[in-house]
Design a protein around this ligand. Structure first.
Ligand code: AMP
Length: 218
């Protein structure tokens, strides 16, 4: 069976993390979420975390030179031998070029870039209400998906305030959206409607992955 090397694209709040968790279960691929890696580095106060924090707090992208090496090392690790699911990387054309070059150098191939899209007003509403159970990492929404146990104490990500979300969206449109045509031109882009129910998005993505796998084996 060929490797399954997937990229998830889309604005913050489109449901990339939700779908990634499901796809990881389906295919046994490591879920490599740059945001999670950076937040862990901030918490552990490593050099990477100290460098990244001010950009993250401002809703800006961490410089390519800071993040790209981390991700290229990560996909070279043993558990990513049969494939990987990148969530939040690449986010700029420069990152996409670095990833493409590294993949080619190692004789690998990208299987597909899965774009989950949703309009700005939808993702702003989702993100502002997003809360996390710090003990389990489970993600909830104060209105749409509150925890069954109301006594669970939830926290909000530092960068999930409305002002920072608007900034992150502007950055997405400006710096990350060009990747849509980048991967479309390479025949790798598949589009999904992130306003649909998570189960439906998941079903569509699974079907698309089956097709991509068949194409890859030809
Ligand atoms: P996320 O959890 O994917 O929304 O990422 C949170 C923050 O981490 C972003 O707003 C950026 O500051 C930073 N970040 C995550 N992935 C990248 C990336 N590929 N390039 C640059 N910065 C990133």
């Amino acid at each position: 069976m060929a490797e399954l090397n997937l990229i998830l694209l889309g604005p913050p709040g489109a449901g990339k993390g939700t779908q990634a968790a499901r796809l990881t279960e389906d295919f046994g691929l490591p879920h490599i979420a740059t945001g999670d890696i950076l937040r862990a580095a901030v918490k552990a106060q490593t050099d990477l975390g100290r460098e990244a924090k001010r950009y993250m707090d401002a809703g800006e992208l961490v410089p390519d030179t800071v993040i790209t090496g981390v991700i290229l090392d990560r996909i070279a690790q043993d558990d990513a031998r049969d494939g990987f699911l990148l969530d939040g990387f690449p986010r700029t054309v420069e990152q996409a070029d670095s990833l493409g070059a590294a993949i080619e150098r190692t004789g690998r191939r990208l299987t597909g870039a899965l774009l989950i899209s949703a309009p700005d007003d939808v993702v702003v509403r989702r993100i502002i209400g997003r809360r996390i159970d710090p003990r389990t990492g489970e993600v909830y929404h104060v209105d749409f998906d509150p925890p069954a146990d109301a006594s669970v104490e939830l926290v909000q990500r530092d960068d999930d305030s409305e002002a920072t979300v608007r900034k992150r969206l502007a950055v997405y449109h400006q710096q990350t959206e060009p990747l849509i045509s980048y991967y479309d031109e390479r025949g790798l882009l598949r589009r999904f409607d992130g306003t649909q129910a998570p189960d439906d998005v998941h079903a569509h993505i699974r079907a698309a992955i089956s097709t991509l796998q068949r194409e890859d084996e030809l």
